[in-house]
Ligand binder design. Structure first.
Ligand code: PYC
Length: 414
């Protein structure tokens, strides 16, 4: 029996150490307040402390950490983006992810699997060729592969999609494509931030942000008022309720995105498989579950309900590609909220309100950006101007009509 189990499970003098402290009350003042205890907010708290020595930080989470977008995605990490700004940004995130388990001394189950985007028509294959060339030009490891390569790497796949769908002609292949244990990413950042002095307050809802003469002065919560001169909003699908508090307009629209996992199976799927035509992406987690998701629900809605429609459509697509899954049971399904931008790039950085920073517009692409957004937002808050990697993502781009079009790099059509 492992010593740790004996020590913590059987001995009342040695309670199992918590991942992070649970402070009883809020202080009157902090150097910075972060709204949202997801990976992005916790990441910002971690890097503020680690890289900028700013440790008087409160992370306020109205639910539990990692219970929003961080825990409601399909944990895919990749960098095969199409704009120089996007490719640089997501590649930095992949580079940070690769080393994060060691940095945290905590296993995130980061696993490079290779990422296939299947093409079900000659036209789609041409698009994937174009994506591969743009990726290569931007220094991203990406190439077009043929049917034989796909079959050799994923022998279980039915390249003719059961005859119900158009056959697979080839794919865009991105070897660094990876998955990670998403909860662990939030816990790792939470523990690291906590160890460096930041406070994490769960079950603490923000009810208002105090702005005086165009500058942040504090935050109202359901547990009282906090004085601070720096506030970061990192709340993904709830962004519009925070920006409304400070009178900031954004072009965000909120859609639900659903996903599911099956019962655990012996390991068989070593790659991440995406089919834009079937509107699905799937991988097998380190626990053996198949994790699969679809396109956005096609209407604006702030709701995290799951639908039978989704489970049926998803199952049909999965069976077209992998008919032998017919007897496999769906274990659970869930939905998250996606704050979609018109150009499929995030909204990050400073705002017209001094001391109010935004990390939003994460649509269906937020999990993979967790480390780089934490790092660049912390830098931006510490220096009060936008980090080089996120300049292009400033909210002001919409007023300047300088969009960063990444719709072509979305995992499936939305
Ligand atoms: O951008 O890779 C992605 C993704 C996967 C699932 C949703 N978005």
């Amino acid at each position: 029996m492992p010593y740790r189990l004996l020590k913590y499970a059987l001995h009342k003098d040695h309670p199992e150490p918590r991942m992070f402290r649970a402070p009883e009350r809020l202080k009157e003042e902090y150097d910075a307040v972060i709204i949202g205890g997801g990976g992005h907010g916790l990441g910002a708290a971690y890097y503020l402390a680690k890289e900028h020595g700013i440790t008087s930080v409160a992370v306020l989470e109205k639910g539990y950490i990692g219970g929003g977008g961080t825990g409601r995605n399909t944990a895919i990490v990749r960098s095969n983006y199409l704009t120089p700004e996007g490719a640089r940004f997501y590649q930095e995130s992949v580079d940070l992810f690769r080393d994060l388990s060691r940095e945290f001394n905590f296993n995130l189950f980061y696993s490079e699997r290779g990422h296939f985007t299947l093409a079900h028509s000659p036209a789609s294959l041409n698009t994937q060729r174009w994506r591969a060339e743009v990726n290569k030009h931007l220094g991203i490891d990406s190439e077009v592969v043929d049917r034989a390569f796909i079959k050799k790497t994923v022998p279980e796949i039915d390249l003719d999609a059961g005859g119900h769908q158009a056959p697979i002609y080839g794919a865009l292949y991105h070897p660094p494509g990876a998955i990670a244990r998403h909860d662990a990413v939030a816990w790792g950042y939470a523990r690291g931030a906590d160890q460096r002095g930041a406070e994490i307050h769960q079950q603490t809802a923000v009810t208002g942000v105090e702005v005086r003469d165009g500058e942040v002065a504090g935050v109202h919560t359901d547990k009282g008022f906090i004085k601070t001169r720096k506030v970061l909003s990192a709340v993904a699908g709830w962004t519009t309720s925070i920006t409304r508090m400070v009178g900031l307009r954004t072009p965000l629209v909120i859609h639900p995105l659903q996903a599911l996992v099956t019962e655990p199976l012996k390991p068989w799927l070593n790659s991440i498989v995406v089919s834009a035509s079937l509107h699905l992406y799937m991988s097998q987690s380190s626990r053996g579950e198949l994790v699969a998701g679809a396109s956005l629900d096609p209407y604006e809605l702030i709701s995290m309900r799951s639908t039978l429609d989704f489970a049926e459509g998803m199952s049909a697509g999965m069976l077209d590609l992998f008919p032998f899954l017919g007897d496999v049971k769906i274990l659970r399904q869930w939905a998250g909220l996606c704050d979609m931008t018109p150009d499929f790039s995030p909204i990050m950085g400073t705002t017209p309100i001094k001391g109010f920073y935004i990390d939003a517009g994460w649509g269906t692409w937020g999990f993979k950006a967790t480390p780089v957004s934490g790092k660049t937002m912390a830098w931006t808050m510490a220096n009060d101007h936008d980090h080089e990697l996120i300049k292009a993502f400033n909210l002001s781009r919409f007023g300047r009509f300088q969009l960063v079009g990444e719709k072509g790099a979305a995992s499936v059509g939305h």
